[in-house]
Design a protein around this ligand. Sequence first.
Ligand SMILES: CC(=O)N[C@H]1[C@@H](OP(=O)(O)OP(=O)(O)OC[C@H]2O[C@@H](n3ccc(=O)[nH]c3=O)[C@H](O)[C@@H]2O)O[C@H](CO)[C@@H](O)[C@@H]1O
Ligand SMILES: C=C(OP(=O)(O)O)C(=O)O
Length: 427
Amino acid sequence: MDRILIRGGNRLSGRLPISGAKNAALTLMPCALLTEEPLTLRNLPRLADVDGFGHLLNQLGASTAIQGTRPEDFGRVMTIRAGNLTSTEAPYDIVRKMRASILVLGPLLGRGGEATVSLPGGCAIGNRPIDLHLRALEAIGAELEMAAGYVKATAPGGRLPGGRYRFPIVSVGATENVIMAAVLAKGTSVIENAAREPEIVDLCNCLVAMGASIDGIGTETLTIEGRDRLHGATYAVMPDRIEAGSYACAAAITGGDLELVGVAIPDMGATFDALVEAGVSVTPTKDGVRVAADGGLKPLTLSTAPYPGFATDMQAQFMAMLCKADGASVLTETIFENRYMHVPELARMGADIQVRGRTAVVRGVDKLVGAPVMATDLRASMSLILAGLAADGETSVGRVYHLDRGYERLEEKLSAVGADIERASDG
Ligand SMILES: CC(=O)N[C@H]1[C@@H](OP(=O)(O)OP(=O)(O)OC[C@H]2O[C@@H](n3ccc(=O)[nH]c3=O)[C@H](O)[C@@H]2O)O[C@H](CO)[C@@H](O)[C@@H]1O
Ligand SMILES: C=C(OP(=O)(O)O)C(=O)O
């Protein structure tokens, strides 16, 4: 199994390209199931999760073709053709490895009136049930049956009627699933308390490019008028705001100066606000944004929240950064019940963090020390990389497959801006 080795202490500087967003890619790829015509996605990041989703689409009978990208380029172009689907089932083997597989439920149901998807089960960061996905689909007319760890959803008469649903709490995935089902419904659907994450806006914009009718994009109330059919499109995946935020933290923790090329500044509000409050300078440039720090960081009080609040997917990276702040920070995780798995690993590197329930108190330390550490999930892995960049000596991060789910060629991007980082194989 691979490990990432980092010899810490280098100040990062230079230009760092931002890839297409994993979480947008994983909701744009299933849109291809909504049409018989090809959907071409540009700026698709090269990630294990994108490959996994391609594999799932293949299992359903869709073809996935990668076009003319050179190995040295970031991102790629993929054309997905779902003209002849041969299956409507997402099996346990795939769903358990990649939770986002649940996002085929809505489009399969919308297109063919039937879908069977394995229940994903819990994961390291929490239980992550799918009850809201199911309630929302029921509200627009789906009938559900549960058996042997699978949910089978059908549309009576082969087509969903549409309907109204108000989410009791904000769910990104459930909002995406119900939108993808509703765009091909017979009637109109109204979705209230919808998630407003930029990835949802990206999804809606792609669906509109495919002929869907969606009103209220970017707001908490979406009105979707079902169409008889959607057509193909070519669409570029939005830049990854979480990758950008992670590398902004890398600049901050190393007292560095990075230009994040291609970042979408309007999507970065809460992350950049928090960095500025910590004393980091964030300045728009012609190609993106420059994030610079002089070594001193102020402590912060942050609470995770749905967009436009501070993203739970940035909590672990900020925690690592705040280990080097001058004073005590307070972080509260409100989205997932178990998203502090990185704390004991950071502690092995000299961090001073106390967790009580959903709140973590992070006391800045003079130095972090390199150590062998183990990643537990995607963003936890990134927090260990960040700590390693700032630590004295060598850090070795295990279970790199977590990182490969969401960071395109991480070690290449970081070494190009001055990090001493490499991937090593345990054989
Ligand atoms: C592939 C993808 O885009 N993943 C993102 C997506 O995950 P995901 O879509 O799984 O996250 P949700 O927004 O659905 O989860 C928010 C909260 O709602 C709860 N919940 C969710 C669904 C449900 O049916 N019932 C229920 O109780 C979850 O357990 C969690 O506590 O949004 C999360 C919150 O921004 C991010 O951390 C993930 O990176
Ligand atoms: C939790 C994440 O992803 P997923 O929902 O795919 O597990 C993430 O991107 O941080």
